[in-house]
Design a protein around this ligand. Structure first.
Ligand SMILES: C[S@@+](CC[C@H](N)C(=O)[O-])C[C@H]1O[C@@H](n2cnc3c(N)ncnc32)[C@H](O)[C@@H]1O
Length: 285
């Protein structure tokens, strides 16, 4: 496998904007991915924890195992894994702010388990682990690296290894067959997201993860779609940001506030209309 350098610049341009800004609209755990409203009456914070529990539950963790969190964000999944499953965790992020915040937060946890957050990509990681979880990071990996990613995961997991991969899905050319219209506005919005919000991002077709995973030697045990849950998550984020408009403009700028409102509300609309989806893939060796 050639030496691949992670896309630090693209990823930092988003996540290192300002922790204070993200805290204005994310829930207190700063989970930045689709929540799981397991019950209708759940708050965003409860639904984020439910998503984390749903994901970790699929990993079949046992005390003392080592879990790798690829794209650990501000560390909420790592924290839950230590507290609920009594495992050691290694988190990878390309964001300097997230690395510092998550490591400081995890350092306060009691107990004998280790929790280490590295400023590094999966491209640079090559140590054995028992389980892998990756939530909302695959969108940054880029399609030309999918083969290398699944080969790496296969290599570092043991014979009974398991992995939970959670990613947004783009239906792209399938939309026509599905009878979902794609207008100029949708094309413009996709371009806006790729230039102004997530530079370098790629959304996989639904078949891409299973195909690559199987080619690397995994079996696909389960696929779970959470589409309406992301629309509701984004609605919560947009409502919270709108409520904190004054602080958001103060911390960043009016232009940035408008850009984020367009991104959050536009993505919510496209999850609702079926243009995009979000899926959890349970992969086993
Ligand atoms: C949308 S956030 C999700 C964070 C977290 N999993 C959550 O659910 O809150 C995406 C994360 O992927 C990380 N990331 C992007 N590319 C990566 C790579 N090549 N290796 C490791 N992490 C990566 C980013 O640094 C960020 O922490």
């Amino acid at each position: 496998m050639p030496d691949l350098k992670p896309f630090f610049k693209n990823v930092q341009s988003h996540y290192d904007l300002s922790d204070e800004f993200f805290a204005l609209f994310l829930d207190p755990s700063r989970t930045y991915s689709c929540a799981y409203f397991e019950r209708e009456d759940m708050s965003l914070e409860e639904a984020q924890l439910a998503k984390i529990d749903l994901s970790l539950g699929k990993c079949q963790l046992e005390p003392g195992m080592t879990l790798l969190d690829v794209g650990c964000g501000w560390g909420a999944t790592m924290r839950r894994a230590v507290e609920k499953y009594d495992v050691n965790v290694i988190g990878l992020t390309l964001s300097e702010h997230q690395q510092e915040y998550a490591q400081n937060m995890l350092n306060t946890l009691p107990g004998k388990r280790t929790a280490e957050v590295r400023l590094a990509g999966w491209e640079q990681f090559d140590e054995p682990v028992d389980r892998i979880v990756s939530i909302g990071a695959f969108e940054h990996f880029r399609r030309e690296r999918y083969v290398a990613f699944f080969e790496k995961c296969q290599k570092i997991l043991p014979a009974d290894g398991r992995m939970l991969l959670h990613t947004i899905i783009g239906y792209g050319r399938l939309l026509r067959q599905m009878g979902i219209p794609v207008g100029l506005e949708d094309i413009r919005f996709a371009r806006f997201i790729l230039t102004e919000i997530f530079p370098g991002g790629h959304l996989p077709l639904p078949s891409v993860v299973p195909e690559h995973a199987v080619a690397a030697g995994f079996q696909v045990e389960k696929i779970q779609a959470l589409q309406p849950h992301y629309a509701r998550t984004l609605d919560c984020w947009a409502a919270a940001l709108e409520q904190h408009k004054v602080e958001a403009v103060e911390i960043t700028s009016e232009e940035n506030y408008e850009r984020y409102m367009k991104y959050l509300t536009g993505c919510a609309d496209r999850f609702r209309s079926g243009h995009i989806d979000v899926m959890q893939f349970t992969l086993v060796k």
